[in-house]
Write a protein that binds this ligand. Structure first.
Ligand code: FES
Length: 166
């Protein structure tokens, strides 16, 4: 079996909804002061996104309204409301990368893929997300593809990087 298939299966297995796991994540953090963000990070790490069931569970357990939980989820770029594609390309939109053309390159790529920020290709292969500084400012425009850093991504290099995933 190809390595890519094994990776996909492993990803799917680790991101299956599991209410016991969700309860464990809440139990591990609810005693903290300001438990919401650690809980949400734990949920996203476990499930790959923040499902509706998680919003309901957190609201009930922290005695908050669902609107309050949604407010936090939508405020932070890190949290996804939908499962990501099999590959995730995070493009830096912070100032140093903008100064070397990241926005134009990203706009070209998103237009070609027919996506907005946070969108996933219809075949589920690639999600393109924004990130605000990867600490690679000297090598901008910078990006992460499946967690691996890439720098000096002019338009052609960005296209080639995205093509690896689609
Ligand atoms: S501004 Fe893009 S890596 Fe810092």
């Amino acid at each position: 079996m190809a390595w890519e298939n094994l990776r996909r299966i492993a990803f799917t297995m680790t991101h299956v909804w599991d209410s016991d796991k969700a309860e464990d994540i809440i139990a591990a953090h609810e005693g903290l002061e300001g438990p919401m963000l650690p809980i949400l990070h734990g949920m996203q790490e476990a499930f790959g996104y923040i499902p509706e069931a998680v919003v309901r569970l957190i609201a009930a357990r922290l005695n908050l309204s669902r609107a309050e939980v949604y407010g936090v989820v939508s405020f932070y770029h890190d949290f996804r409301r939908e499962p990501a594609g099999r590959h995730v390309l995070k493009l830096c939109r912070a100032e140093a990368c903008q100064s070397v053309g990241s926005e134009a390159n990203a706009a070209t790529l998103l237009r070609r893929l027919g996506l907005g920020w946070g969108g996933t290709t219809p075949d589920g292969r690639l999600t393109v997300e924004a990130v605000y500084c990867l600490g690679l400012c000297a090598c901008g425009p910078s990006a992460l593809l499946d967690g691996e850093p890439h720098g000096r991504l002019d338009a052609a290099a960005l296209e080639a990087l995205a093509a690896e995933a689609v």
